[in-house]
Ligand binder design. Sequence first.
Ligand code: BES
Ligand code: ZN
Length: 890
Amino acid sequence: MKVLLFRAKLSNLLKPNCIFRVSRMSKPFSRLPTCVVPTHYKIHLTPDLVNFTFQGECTVNVNIKEAVDQVVCNALDIGSIEGMVVADGKEFTAKTDLNTEDEKLTLKFDNPLPVGEAVVKYKYVGNLNDQMKGFYRAKYFVNGEERYAASTQFESTDARRAFPCWDEPAVKATFDLIVTGPKDRVILSNMPEVSSVEEGETKTVTFDRTPIMSTYLVAVVVGEFDYVESKTSDGITVRVYTQMGKKEQGQFALDCGVRSLEFYTKFFNIPYPLKKYDMVGIPDFAMGAMENWGLVTYRESCIFVDPNNTSATAKEYVAIVVCHETAHQWFGNLVTMEWWTHLWLNEGFASFMENLCTDRLFPDFKVFETFVPTTLIRALELDTLASSHPIEVPVGHPTEVDEIFDTISYCKGASVIRMLFNWIGEEAFKKGMQSYLTKYSYQNTETPQLWAELGAASGQPVKKVMATWTEQMGFPVISVKSRQEGSDRIVELSQAKFTAGLSSSNEGDVSKYFWDIPISIKLPNGEIMKVVMDQKSMEVTIPNLAADQYFKLNPEVVGYYRVQYSPEDLERLCASVQELSQLDRLNVLDDVFSLIAAGKASTTDGLKLLQAISKDEKSYVVWNSMSNAISRLSTILVDQPCYENFKRFVLTIFLWIKDDISWDGEPNETHLKTQLRMVVLSKLGRYGEHGVRLEAKRRFDAHVAGTKTIHADMRSTVYSCVAALGESSDFDTMEKLHNKEELQEEKDRIIRAGLAGFLNKELLEKALNFSLGSEVRSQDSPFLIRSVAKNPMGRDLAWQFFKDNLPELRKRYEPGPMIPIIVKGLFETFTTEEMANTVQKYFEENPVQGIDRNLAQALETVRVNAAWLERDLPNIKSFLDKCPINVQYL
Ligand code: BES
Ligand code: ZN
């Protein structure tokens, strides 16, 4: 798929009524007409939790600007629709026409409607679906009894499945919600309840009027919940709703909710505009969380913390998710993107702020150190591909909108905002944000409006610089070469687009790419030089740097770029590698490995670097990066005869740190040390260290027998090491543990590290069959399939399973984000051109909605893998043959 360089005015393409197509597969699309616009909705929903239907009444105050004879809004999957208009005191009855292709509902009148204010009334029925979108049912069990809650998930374009509406983010209005449901259930919406009237077995709850807001932020939840409650210093009531009898699991998220609201209130200098802030865990939930204004919904594992069974990483993630959704209460809810093209504004910004806020609330988590591998490097890896896309993409039809909630919007978005934050500084950033959010409160914006405020606050050319990062895809690699002139070092810098190096790529002329790059250079005395590189090449003079001294670009990896040093400069840097900070060490390693994968450096140099660094390295972030480099190598080598030697090589690397690592850890050890234990023991166990596997098995048996519970932090590690032993009785035990487990986080661990981790084909087939069975929640099945695919022994099985079960997968998840998640994970680990062609042909014959981008990216990755092997396999093989190996190996 060819991705264009979108430098054109995107907003012009997206004006109402402009019909356009953005890709080969996309459907024609037009925005709603603007001759009738809503100002206020009154929505009455009556869900039936037994028959899984709901009744709806939606009354909309509108402004008719032209004398039209039809009213067009969005609707989908609702039926028996009656529509009429009351204007000038007269009733106008309408014929209704629901077009499911373009998701529009038209009320047609015999005569034109009078210009001015009017009321449109809709009556309809709908299904409480099981697809986790629109107004849907979520299954849970109480003492083995199956029960259902009802919840909404409207972003991006599914409010229209619950009520007819102008379902575009820029068409804001106020909302009155009324919900009738069983009287023994908790009924929640965005605003506080103003009245509740019981009648027979039901109650009707009326909620306060919302502020002016977008339809995708409306929410309703009906279910059985307990809650914990607290208040912010401004008197906002914050609650976390949990499963019945488990309210203590909401305590940590409650603390994060209160403190993040207080943090942002100060940071943005704008009070939280509602009176309450509810957070609720929903038993079936497609995403991680959703920022509905005043009623944030969560996947259970992203909100509940069980002090005895939640791992440190899962707890950290809860903090991150809460801080992310709280950021949206301002950035997204108060000020909203004009159209989905600017989605990155919402998600990229919240993904940066989640870290800033979590870092201030929990400095010990050191989130910016994990940000580099989990967010920035992840984005760089995807953005290397010709099938990546710019942060800002023209999108139209809902299936295209779903596709851009991806690593580029989230991770690249967050990374370029972090780069900007570090460039202009926190004070200017804060000042710019405050004026942006104040100026555009209750309105909609496009990206340049944010740049304008940040530019004014900082006095820097923010718009000029940032446009180069958001409007074109990819990122630069800076080639660095220095020479000595007297006591000065002259550093020559030149930039070019970093490419994956595929000769078959249809990327076009990459020389046209150019970035304005905020660069910093760290010197051995700790000093940092800063410059904006606004040319293709330039020279920087470092005064008083001796010929044997190093310098390092991109300290703390705040820039979204890679660096290729000349061999001499790299050598000086590597000689001083232990003087660098841990993020800088990681950066040197990671840049070298990315250059290797792209054919710009040799794999054997990378293997030597791994050997050299591993001897003295103690830092989690660096070991984690080594572990990632090893996983990438493992992917390409797994089908090769030298794989056995490679496994031994990995063990020799990890044995350097083994003696520093204990199973039980030390009291009060740091968060990062805990993670180091996990990564080292997992790698050793997976690659065959016999002692580690046996110790894991001993601990697993004691855990199952109830004699000694494994600490939550170590459970994934233990499960994955036990799975590596491959005993079918352990598989059965894990399956049972999964089925009786109530904590979602633990179910996830058993599925991903345990069941999907066996190194035995029969058991992996069992895991795949289990994935679509009744014991696995619909929200979890795709992750089990994906985890099996990522297991080298499971890759081919998962592909076959996917083909065999595509009809069922379609029935459950198409359209939506779940099949794309499977597709990406499933195919990117193949390593031959032939396989890329086979997969491509398969999807040409069996098209699936919404997978275009993920498929193109996965296929390109396969081709990169194949080219890498072809280039370097003989050298890798002879390096591994000669490598001294001395480990006990199972
Ligand atoms: N707005 C999104 C949820 C969403 C994503 C709705 C895609 C519709 C389509 C929400 O703010 C979000 O970003 N959630 C993340 C969690 C976050 C911590 C990255 C998620 O769901 O993974
Ligand atoms: Zn978000």
